[in-house]
Every structure is written in structure tokens, then in C-alpha cells.
Write a protein that binds this ligand. Structure first.
Ligand code: AHR
Length: 535
């Protein structure tokens, strides 16, 4: 059981009163929002995706094949495309992950029937006797087709561990050289795409401290310079992402960030536009299970997710020592809750997890953190979009389900390309149970943004016991009308399965406004998204 701590600053209570308006609810939370031209634009790329050749992500998840009975567009699952368009997917990171450092892009072009079958990094994780053979049916052209169908930008991860700079530069030319200029552009045209792909985002390696080459930051910095110095200068100007820390390490892996930037000092001219940070809410080595848990598990997972903010702040501060202008931005290109194995939808669908409402709330508080740090983060990519870790979907053959996480992307959609508004939440902390004894956590999480007269407010009440009566006040201007949506369920561990795909879904959330105030009651374990129209 948790209880809210009712120690509240009385000075604030009087400051929050609105003349002539008597609050209809005794407020547990007072929220002040200032929508002025000061905050950063929340890049749509903070709501990005990650898809890897791993288990059931690409094959069967996204790619069902042109001859499939499952509805598809040139081999790509139609339902996937439709749902991704619905949340205005901004980008896909591909082809990995660890897979990327063993991937040779040439294997995935040309006549699909003649493409080689190759070793896949994830083979080693397959159950005994089962194989993860890479057919290379889904290569760069198929990937770009997916991006175009969804209106998403490509973010390619290059192979540093088993490929060299030349292979990388050839891939860049193949993707971006204007038609008829170099032979690689002709080859691209012969393979069906005369026009360049226009890839801007390039990840130079992946987890080079681990599966991507097992390097020290100094070794990686040297290789990074070799990879980017001769980068072919086609349009668009590239955004180069260097491998960053394993943020979920106990010490946040600050040694990597410091070591890398220190090694890049001293007159080196190589640009680093982004530093990739991976932050998994990592429960792999704990007894925590995906869909069977108690209150301790509920709070522990969401609280661990809140550490994302510390990771962002600490690495940003470390980077500032070497780059006071902050040219380099953070790219959180792998994040999500990662549980121990054993609950996959099928043995070969490696790392697939039947997520629940708990993971949806984790997603919401993570997005609020990303929004609040939109000045530091240029991109974030959930790991991974379908059938793997923190997925938006589960799919197997003709069976398909949106997880509760999908709906959070839908609820937060209007934050994209909006301007961060200042939001002050006054709410008592929660005292909550934990596997490590009692703990505390914020009683409410949220963020707000505006786009012209439209204000988006997202709020999460993590309590398993009590609703939050919240009074939201605009410091300037008034609210003309409002509407909202809510994601919750009577059971904290509810999720969507193939048999019950609509168990957890969005519902309308009524909003009444009076002047510059709206008062709402956020049920326990719920996320709400409000669309308020300002005068
Ligand atoms: O997302 C699964 C794996 O997690 C990725 O391949 C790797 O980059 C990370 O360790």
C-alpha cells in the first residue's frame, strides 16, 4: 500500500487560488502551465522507432513477403503501415542493434531470389536446434520503401565491427549519390530506385563497447575518425551519431562519454552531431516477470524508468566539459523495459514480451522526460517497434495486437513539433513498496507543449491506490475548450493478447474548462492526454 504525503507548502496553496472561481475538487495536485515562446521545439524524432533483424521483428513482424496471404503492400504488413501512420512515425533506426555490426549491405540488394543466406548475430541466442538465418529478403530498398510508405525518415547504423570505412562510404554513395553520377548510383537505379534515398542520419557503429567491437572509448574514437573523415559529401548534410554509453550500467557508464570526448580533443576535426545513449530499464537479471507482478514490481519498474532523467542530465553535463556550446546532442536510440526471458510469444520470436499497462505508464513518464529535455535530445528510438522488448505490437502470422505502449504513442502524438511549455507540478510524493524496502516517487508526472492555440498536456498517475484531483491553471490567457483521452484498466497487469487484442485501449476523457482553469480527476494507474484550445 502506498499513501500520499500531505505535507504541502501552504504558501503555494494561496498562490494557486483563482479569484472568483471555487475549485470543484480539493486539489491533490496543482499544475501551473506557462505557454510562452521560450521552450524548445519537441522534435518529432523523440518519438522514433528501432527495428532490427532479430527474432520476429523484421520477418513476420514487418515483412510478410509479397506472396503472403496476410494483407501486405509489396511484402510489408499493411496493418503495420496503417498503425504507424496513425501515430505519425518520424523515423526508423535499422538494421540493428548488434545485427548491424555483422551486416553487409550488399547482401540485401539485387534479385531477392539470388541474395545470399547469411549468419545472423542473434543465431547464438536461438533455442537449441532452431535457426536465425538471414535471408536478406529485406534490404535497403525494402527498408526505404517502408520509410516512404509510413512517411518516416531513415536512420542507418553502419557496420564497424566486421566492415570497414570503404564499405560504409560505398553504402553512403549507394544511398545518396545523384542519379547518373557514380556507378553505385547506376546500380541503385538498376535495383529500382533512380532517385537518391537522401539518408541524413548515420549511426557510426552500435554499442562498440560490446557486440559492436568490444572497444575502449579511445579505440572507438580512433576508428570513428577513420570512418567519418572520408564520408562522401552528398546531400543531405549528414547527421553523424557516435556510439555512446551503456546508460543502464550502475555507474551510468560516464567513463565512456568522458573517454570518448577526451580522445576526440586535441585538434581532431571529425564532427560528432549526436551521441547515442542506450538506456534499458533493465530487469533481465531479476525475478521480475512481464505480466505477473505485485505492487513492488509495478513501482520498481516505473521508478527505474524515471532514472532516464538522471542519465540524460549526467551525460549532458559530461559532454559540456568538452563541448561547452553543446554542438553534440543526445540520441537515446535504444530504450525500453527489458525483462528476463521466458514469456516470448513463440520460441523464435526472441525477446518478444507481452507488455502490460505498467509498461504503458513507463512509456508515458519516459516521454515526459524526453519532452522536458527536448533541448538536449535530438532523437530517441524505442527498442523495438514490434515483437521485441518494449514493443508497440505483437504479430505472428495473421495474428496482430497493439500493446498498451502503442496507445501512449498515440496520446503523445500532438507533442511532436510543438513547443515545450513550462509546467510546474505541485503534488505530494508517493510512498511506495519496493523489492528493496519502502521508497518514494513523484505522485504525478507530466509535460505540456503548445502549437499555436493548441495546448497538449499529458499526465500520469502511477498510484495503485488513489486517484489524483488535479487543478491545471494557465498562467497567461484562458482556455476555450478541452477534450482528452485516457489509458487505464481495472487490472494493473492487463495487456492485449492475440485472443483479446482490445483489452487495454484508449477511452475519451471528458474535460470541462472555466476561464484559465481545468479540474480533472486522474484515476489510479492511468495516463491522460488533454487537448486544450487557448483563447
Ligand atoms: O535491442 C536489442 C539489443 O540490445 C540490440 O541489438 C543491442 O544494441 C542492445 O544491446
Amino acid at each position: 500500500m502506498n499513501r500520499r504525503n500531505f505535507l504541502r507548502a501552504s504558501a503555494y496553496l494561496s498562490a494557486g487560488a483563482v479569484a472568483g472561481v471555487r475549485p470543484a475538487l480539493a486539489a491533490d495536485a496543482d499544475i501551473e502551465i506557462t505557454a510562452q515562446q521560450a521552450g524548445p521545439i519537441i522534435s518529432p524524432h523523440l518519438y522514433g522507432q528501432f527495428i532490427e533483424h532479430l527474432g520476429g521483428v523484421i520477418y513476420d513482424g514487418i515483412w510478410v513477403g509479397r506472396e503472403s496471404k496476410i494483407a501486405n503492400i509489396d511484402g510489408i504488413r499493411t496493418q503495420f503501415v496503417d498503425d504507424m501512420k496513425r501515430i505519425a512515425v518520424p523515423n526508423y533506426r535499422w538494421p540493428g542493434g548488434c545485427f548491424a555490426d555483422g551486416y553487409h549491405w550488399r547482401d540485401g540488394i539485387g534479385n531477392p531470389a539470388k541474395r545470399p543466406r547469411t549468419y545472423n548475430y542473434w543465431q547464438a541466442s536461438m533455442p537449441k536446434g532452431l535457426y536465425e538465418t538471414e535471408t536478406n529478403e529485406f534490404g535497403i530498398h525494402e527498408f526505404m520503401h517502408l520509410c516512404r510508405l509510413c512517411g518516416a525518415e531513415p536512420y542507418l547504423a553502419t557496420n564497424m565491427a566486421s566492415g570497414g570505412p570503404q564499405e560504409f562510404h560505398d553504402w553512403v554513395s549507394y544511398c545518396n549519390a545523384p542519379p547518373g553520377t557514380v556507378s553505385l548510383a547506376d546500380e541503385r537505379a538498376e535495383n529500382g530506385d533512380k532517385q537518391p534515398f537522401g539518408v541524413q542520419f548515420w549511426g557510426v557503429g552500435n554499442e562498440s563497447w560490446g557486440c559492436g567491437g568490444d572497444m575502449t572509448p579511445e579505440e572507438y574514437a580512433m576508428l570513428y575518425r577513420r570512418f567519418v573523415t572520408q564520408f562522401p559529401a552528398y546531400d543531405p548534410k549528414p547527421f553523424l551519431v557516435a556510439v555512446g554509453p551503456r546508460g543502464h550500467a550502475k555507474d551510468l557508464d560516464l567513463g565512456w562519454t568522458n573517454g570518448f570526448f577526451a580522445a576526440m580533443q586535441g585538434g581532431h576535426r571529425s564532427r560528432v552531431d549526436g551521441l547515442s545513449v542506450h538506456y534499458y530499464t533493465d530487469f533481465r537479471n531479476t525475478p521480475e516477470r512481464v505480466a505477473t507482478f505485485d505492487a513492488r514490481g509495478w513501482y520498481d519498474v516505473i521508478r527505474e524508468g524515471l532514472r532516464t532523467e538522471t542519465v540524460i542530465q549526467q551525460h549532458w553535463a559530461a559532454m559540456g566539459k568538452y563541448d561547452p556550446e553543446h554542438h553534440t546532442r543526445l540520441i537515446v536510440d535504444e530504450w525500453g523495459v527489458w525483462y528476463r526471458r521466458g514469456e516470448e510469444i513463440a520460441p523464435t520470436y526472441l525477446l518478444s514480451q507481452p507488455l502490460t499497462l505498467r509498461d504503458a505508464l513507463h512509456t508515458a513518464v519516459t516521454f515526459d522526460i524526453f519532452n522536458r529535455h527536448a533541448d538536449k535530445i535530438a532523437m530517441a528510438n524505442v527498442a523495438q517497434t514490434i515483437n521485441c522488448i518494449h514493443s508497440l505490437f505483437l504479430a505472428q502470422g495473421d495474428r496482430f495486437a497493439r500493446t498498451p505502449v502503442y496507445y501512449i504513442f498515440e496520446m503523445y502524438r500532438n507533442h511532436m513539433q510543438s513547443q515545450l511549455a513550462q509546467m510546474n507540478i505541485r503534488c505530494d510524493e508517493l510512498k511506495v513498496p519496493s523489492r528493496n524496502g519502502d521508497a518514494t516517487m513523484p505522485g504525478l508526472s507530466g509535460s505540456a507543449s503548445f502549437n499555436g492555440k493548441n495546448l497538449t498536456v499529458t499526465l500520469t498517475n502511477p498510484s495503485l491506490d488513489s486517484s489524483v484531483a488535479a487543478r491545471i491553471r494557465l498562467t497567461t490567457g484562458s482556455i476555450v475548450e478541452g477534450r482528452g483521452s485516457i489509458l487505464t484498466h481495472s487490472e494493473m497487469n492487463a495487456g492485449n493478447t492475440f485472443d483479446r487484442p482490445n483489452e487495454v485501449k484508449l477511452a475519451p476523457f471528458p474535460v470541462t474548462v472555466r476561464g484559465n482553469v481545468t479540474e480533472i480527476s486522474i484515476p489510479k494507474h492511468a495516463v491522460v492526454s488533454l487537448q486544450l484550445r487557448m483563447a
